[in-house]
Design a protein around this ligand. Structure first.
Ligand code: MV4
Length: 479
C-alpha cells in the first residue's frame, strides 16, 4: 500500500494520518466546504474537496470518494469512525474497485449492524447473553408471555437501533402493549425497520468493551477492556482502561468471549465487543462495533500497541505480529471527550468561534485534536473538538494528571465539557470506582458545576487578595 485516503474529518482523520505517515505511506485527505481550513487538510500530502458542508453531500458520497481514489492512484481507504465506517455497501464498493477497505469485510459489518442477526450469529459460540428472545416480535400476547417468563422490568430494543436509540423500559405488564406499539412505530420511522425484541432489563450495568484484532489468517487476539460507563444519553464522555472492576479471571473470560464473537462473524481488523456487566459481575454480550472507536487511545496507552498500524498491516494481509501472551497492561489511561457543548444547558451543542484555543502539553498527556485557534466549530457535524487522554502508572495518577491537563486547556468562544470532566474526576464515587451507566443522571446537576465554579472563584479571589496584601506589605517594608 503506497497511498491511503482517509475518508473522515477532524481529530480522527489527523490521528489516522499520523500513523500512515509514520509507516512511510502517502496520505490523501478529503474535506467539505465547511472544513476547508481544517488542520487535517494541511497535514495530508494531497487533499480533495468532496462538496458542500452537509455530510450527505460530502463525507458520505461514496461514488465521489471512489472517483478520487482512482484519479489519485489510492490503494487503500481508512474510514475512521462514523460516516462510512460501518457502511457495508461502501466496504463492498471499495473492494469491487480494487481498493483495500481498511476494516472488516462487508459481511461482518452487515451482520453486526443488526442486533438480531448478531445474536443469531454468535448463538453457537456459547457467549453469555441477556435473558430474552432473539427474534423480531410483533404479537403483544406473545410478548406478554415472554415478558412473564423473563420477569419485569424488561427492555424493548429495535434490531436496527444503535447507541440506545429506540429502547424502552417496561416495568409492568399493563404498560407492555402501548410501549410495544410505540417502539415498533418509532423503529419503523427512525430506521425503516420495525423489528423489535425483548430482553431482561439490567438495571445498573457498567459498560465494558473489549478491543479485538483479527488478521486474515484466522488469528484473533484481544487487547483487554475499556470501561465507558460515564455517558449521558448514550453519548460516552469519559472512558478508561483498564476497568477498576475486572480482575484477571473475569478479564480472561470476557476477552475469550470477545474473541469468539469475532470468530463467529469471520472478523478481520480492529473491532470492539460491547458487554454489560451487572452488579454481580455477570457479563452479557450486547453488540460488536466494526470500526476503530473514538476511545481507542486508552487501549493504545496501556498496551503500547498502535491500533491504526495494526489495522493497516492486517489490511495488507500480514500475519498478526502480536500474540495474546504479548498483551500486558501497563499503567492506567483516562480519556475525556472535549465537546463544544454546554453542560450547564443540557449539553446542547455550543458552536461558534474558537477565540482562544490552547492545548495542554506534557509528558503522559495526549490530545487527539482536530481544531486550531480562530476556527469556527461547524454545525454540520458531531461537535467533538478533541479527546484529552492522560496516562499514569495507576488510576490515581491518571486522574490527577487529567485534572491538571483540564486546567491547562484554554478555550474561549464556545462552552465545552472540560469543566464537566473535572467534576467527574473529583467525584468521590468516580474516584472510588463505585459507578455505573447511571452516573451522570445520579450525581450530575448543572448546579453542582456552577457551585463548584463559584467555590473555586471565591477561593481564587481569596488567594489573589492574600497575594495582593502580601505584596503591598512587601512594598511598604523598608529595606
Ligand atoms: C441494555 C441495558 C440494560 N439491559 N440492555 C444502551 C445502548 C445499547 N448499546 C445497549 N444499551 C443498553 N442495553 C439490557 N438488557 C442498558 C443499556 C444502557 C447502556 C448501555 C451501555 C452504556 C450506557 C447505557 C446507558 C443506558 C442504557
Amino acid at each position: 500500500m503506497k497511498k491511503i485516503l482517509v475518508a473522515n474529518r477532524g481529530e480522527i482523520a489527523l490521528r489516522v494520518m499520523k500513523t500512515i505517515k509514520k509507516m512511510g505511506i502517502k496520505t490523501v485527505a478529503v474535506y467539505s466546504e465547511a472544513d476547508r481550513n481544517s488542520p487535517h487538510i494541511k497535514f495530508a500530502d494531497e487533499a480533495v474537496c468532496l462538496g458542500p458542508a452537509p455530510s450527505n453531500e460530502s463525507y458520505l458520497k461514496m461514488d465521489k470518494i471512489i472517483e478520487v481514489c482512482k484519479e489519485l492512484g489510492v490503494d487503500g481507504v481508512h474510514p475512521g469512525y462514523g460516516f462510512l465506517s460501518e457502511n457495508a455497501a461502501f466496504a463492498e464498493l471499495t473492494e469491487k474497485n480494487n481498493i483495500t477497505f481498511i476494516g472488516p469485510r462487508s459481511k461482518a459489518i452487515e451482520v453486526m449492524g443488526s442486533k438480531l442477526a448478531a445474536k443469531e450469529t454468535v448463538k453457537a459460540y456459547d457467549i453469555p447473553m441477556v435473558p430474552g428472545i432473539d427474534e423480531a416480535i410483533e404479537d403483544v400476547n406473545k410478548a406478554t408471555q415472554i415478558a412473564r417468563e423473563i420477569g419485569f422490568p424488561i427492555l424493548i430494543k429495535a434490531s436496527a437501533g444503535g447507541g440506545g436509540k429506540g429502547m424502552r423500559v417496561v416495568n409492568e405488564e399493563k404498560d407492555l402493549e402501548e410501549q410495544m406499539k410505540r417502539a415498533i412505530s418509532e423503529a419503523k420511522s427512525a430506521f425503516g425497520d420495525g423489528s423489535v425484541f425483548i430482553e431482561k432489563y439490567v438495571a445498573s450495568p457498567r459498560h465494558i468493551e473489549i478491543q479485538v484484532l483479527a488478521d486474515t489468517h484466522g488469528n484473533i487476539i484481544h487487547l483487554v477492556e475499556r470501561e465507558c460507563s460515564i455517558q449521558r444519553r448514550h453519548q460516552k464522555v469519559v472512558e478508561e482502561a483498564p476497568s477498576v472492576v475486572l480482575d484477571e479471571s473475569l478479564r480472561e473470560k470476557m476477552g475469550n468471549a470477545a474473541v469468539k464473537v469475532a470468530r463467529s462473524c469471520d472478523y478481520v481488523g480492529a473491532g470492539t465487543v460491547e458487554f454489560l456487566l451487572d452488579e454481580n459481575k455477570n457479563f452479557y454480550f450486547l453488540e460488536m462495533n466494526t470500526r476503530l472507536q473514538v476511545e481507542h487511545p486508552v487501549t493504545e496507552l496501556i498496551t503500547g500497541v498502535d491500533l491504526v498500524e495494526q489495522q493497516i498491516k492486517i489490511a495488507r494481509g500480514e500475519v498478526l505480529e502480536i500474540q495474546q501472551e504479548d498483551i500486558k497492561i501497563n499503567g492506567h489511561a483516562m480519556e475525556l471527550r472535549v465537546y463544544a457543548e454546554d453542560p450547564l444547558n443540557d449539553f446542547l451543542p455550543s458552536v461558534g468561534n474558537l477565540e482562544t484555543y490552547q492545548l495542554p502539553v506534557g509528558e503522559n498527556i495526549r490530545v487527539d485534536n482536530g481544531f486550531e485557534e480562530g476556527m469556527d466549530v461547524p454545525i454540520y457535524y458531531d461537535p467533538m473538538l478533541s479527546k484529552l487522554i492522560t496516562y499514569g502508572k495507576n488510576r490515581e495518577e491518571a486522574i490527577q494528571l487529567m485534572i491538571e491537563a483540564i486546567a491547562d486547556y484554554k478555550v474561549e468562544g464556545v462552552s465545552t465539557t472540560l469543566a464537566f470532566g473535572k467534576f467527574v474526576m473529583e467525584n468521590e464515587h468516580f474516584k472510588s470506582g463505585d459507578f455505573d451507566t447511571h452516573f451522570v443522571k445520579k450525581y450530575f446537576t448543572p448546579e453542582a458545576l456552577s457551585k463548584k465554579n463559584q467555590a473555586e472563584a471565591k477561593l481564587a479571589a481569596k488567594v489573589a487578595l492574600a497575594r495582593y496584601l502580601q505584596e503591598k506589605k512587601l512594598l511598604k517594608t523598608p529595606h
